[in-house]
Design a protein around this ligand. Structure first.
Ligand code: ADP
Ligand code: MG
Length: 599
């Protein structure tokens, strides 16, 4: 046994919880290597000379007295070029290389040690640099120029920096610090996953994160830097919605964390994503994506690590000045893992059996979202948007995880089993969902897309709400007893649901609705409503709803492509024409009636 290593021995094993005795200097958060095959663990508690750790690998085969080594380092991630286009597990082992089964103890490097990257310096010899300064770039993928930032703890005058082809371990820059010591750094940096990266300041949220989902972009918008929860029972469409967001949102970088859901969902991603194109850059979607996969058949302790690993990678890209969107499916599986571990640690449970610190853990997750100026020069702005799915057992939103999550998010897209059952997807319920970002993002919409965004949004919500209330009356007294203006409103609400809100993820044309297309569809429906309102005294509603332009409007979402929006003008003309014809017909009828009466 070597003297330099800090070694101890296993004295107890309870599932993923390992008790270790004999470590010289254990600290909370230290990374330990357990057993002959170096399974990864983290110290979570210390009692006297006993350290309690959670193991991120399976613990089968470990036994009392097995050796444990404390690395005396916190669990850290490797950050540098090569993260994009990759699939990792919760502690950043590359999954493609591991295959379906994690080979225990095999040391796999998250980032390739061999691949060479072309480094282009943006600084010169004698320049004075500080932590967070951008000193150069590497083209990581066709769409992303990876900014190389001075690691935390480095400051001084550049002694050497050169353009060239480097591996992530080669020195790319050497500086002389204030004590005249030479220090070099590489493309590769490490960062402890439990700590947020430092920032200069938070700044105001102003821009929407465009999702290409109409119900979101118009009714319940999310802002860049915002926080959203997607609660929904089994089968209500959380995963499909999260996949859609990662495909179509207009973030520069997407971090997708598959946390404890079914294994085949990750397989779906792996099959689909490499074939998909980014709708903005028309390059492969994976070029802006990092996937972290912890399926339900991996050890529960790794779920929390996957959440914080995802955050760390997200913040790293945010600090380069990118808009990053982090999606986690699902945070309930993380909460369940915490509950299981807490029970094994014999902690006192709070509501629902979850540990009392669950709420502060959850807030420490969502509070890392925001629009920020990172430290370092040049000054830049980056954002991190966090969107977490929640899977409440039997879809009950009053259970602890959903309830607690609600306290920390500013938008809530409640998925409704009734809508899902009637195949109304995305099944976002318009009565219990909300977004507090409308006031922040309407300026962007009105400046860039349409100055009617807020008006249409209000109108649309109003129609849906009133229609829901009327439906209750209809159930009691029947549709026929409603006044005509209310009958029309119900018809329009149905049109909004079928032609605007419902959006199939599997329709090539409709899966992504550009902001302008979203506006065009709602615009034509609301115009139709206005036009019809003026006529319902004279013309029966069914005549209006039978105009064949209505069928064209219903099909517009899946017949008119984002690139051919002028077809909406044709549709508007057609609508005008058909209304005029209808009016004319009725004028003629009335005229004839009048004449007949006179005779
Ligand atoms: P959850 O993750 O909430 O359990 P899923 O996302 O797996 O639910 O969705 C269940 C099923 O619902 C999908 O397999 C799909 O058939 C359907 N679905 C969900 N969202 C959509 C959508 N936007 N468009 C079409 N079908 C959808
Ligand atoms: Mg799912």
């Amino acid at each position: 046994m070597s003297d330099t290593k800090d070694l101890g021995r296993i004295i107890g094993i309870d599932g993923p919880i390992i008790k270790v005795k004999g470590l010289k200097n254990p600290k909370i958060g230290d990374l330990i290597k357990i057993g002959e095959d170096h399974r990864i663990g983290e110290i979570v508690k210390i009692y006297g000379n006993i350290a309690i750790s959670q193991c991120y690998d399976y613990t089968e085969g470990l036994k009392v007295d097995d050796i444990v080594e404390n690395t005396n380092m916190p669990l850290s991630l490797e950050l540098g070029p090569g993260l994009l286009n990759k699939l990792f597990d919760g502690i950043q082992r590359p999954l493609e290389e591991i295959g379906d089964f994690i080979e225990l103890g095999k040391e796999l490097f998250p980032l390739s040690r061999k691949k060479k990257w072309n480094f282009i310096p943006l600084k010169r010899k004698k320049d004075y640099i500080k932590e967070g300064d951008i000193i150069g770039e590497v083209e990581e993928t066709k769409i992303i120029k990876h900014k190389i930032m001075v690691p935390i703890g480095y400051e001084g005058e550049i002694v050497s920096i050169e353009e060239g082809s480097f591996t992530i371990l080669d020195n790319i820059c050497t500086l002389k610090d204030k004590n005249n010591n030479l220090k070099s750094f590489q493309l590769l940096q490490k960062w402890p996953i439990r700590f947020a990266r430092p920032i200069k300041e938070y700044i105001a949220i102003t821009e929407p994160l465009i999702t290409g989902q109409r119900v979101i972009d118009l009714l319940f918008p999310v802002a860049k830097g915002g926080t959203v929860a997607i609660p929904g029972g089994f089968g209500t469409g959380k995963t499909v919605l999260q996949h859609n967001l990662s495909k179509y949102c207009n973030a520069n970088i997407v971090i997708y964390i598959g946390c404890g859901e079914r294994g085949n969902e990750l397989t779906d991603i792996l099959n689909q994503f490499p074939k998909l194109m980014d709708p903005y850059s028309h390059e492969p979607l994976m070029e802006r994506t990092v996937i972290i996969g912890n399926t339900s058949n991996m050890p529960v302790s790794a779920r929390e690590a996957s959440i914080f690993s995802g955050l760390t990678i997200a913040e790293y890209y945010r600090d380069m000045g990118f808009d990053v969107c982090l999606l986690a499916d699902s945070t309930s599986r993380w909460a369940e893992a915490l509950r299981e571990l807490s029970a094994r640690l014999e902690e006192l449970p709070a509501e629902g059996g979850f540990p009392a610190y669950f709420s502060s853990k959850l807030s420490s997750f969502y509070e890392r979202a925001g629009v920020i100026k990172p430290i370092g020069a040049p000054e830049r702005i980056g954002s991190l948007t966090i969107i977490g799915a929640v899977s409440p057992p039997s879809g009950d939103f009053s259970e602890p995880v959903t309830k607690t999550t609600k306290r920390f998010v500013h938008a809530f897209w409640g998925l409704d089993p009734k809508l899902a059952y009637s195949r109304h997807y995305p099944a976002i319920n318009w009565t219990n969902s909300y977004s507090m970002y409308d006031e922040y993002v309407f300026g962007w919409w009105e400046k860039n897309i349409s100055n009617k965004w807020r008006e249409y949004r209000k109108e649309c919500i109003k129609i849906l709400y009133i229609s829901d209330e009327l439906q209750n009356i209809v159930q009691l007294v029947g549709l026929e007893s409603l006044p005509i203006n209310q009958k029309l409103l119900i018809n329009i609400a149905n049109l909004i649901k079928n032609s605007f809100l419902i959006q199939s993820a599997f329709d090539d044309i409709d899966a992504f609705s550009s902001p302008l297309k979203t506006i065009k569809i709602i615009e034509i429906i609301l115009n139709l409503y206005k036009r019809a309102e003026k006529l319902i005294d004279k013309i029966p509603i069914f005549k209006i709803m039978q105009l064949d332009v209505i069928e064209n409007i219903e099909r517009a979402k899946s017949t008119i492509k984002n690139e051919e929006l002028d077809k909406f003008n044709e549709l508007i003309n057609k609508m005008e024409m058909q209304f005029n014809e209808l009016e004319q017909q009725y004028r003629d009828i009335i005229e004839t009636q009048k004449r007949e009466l006179k005779i």
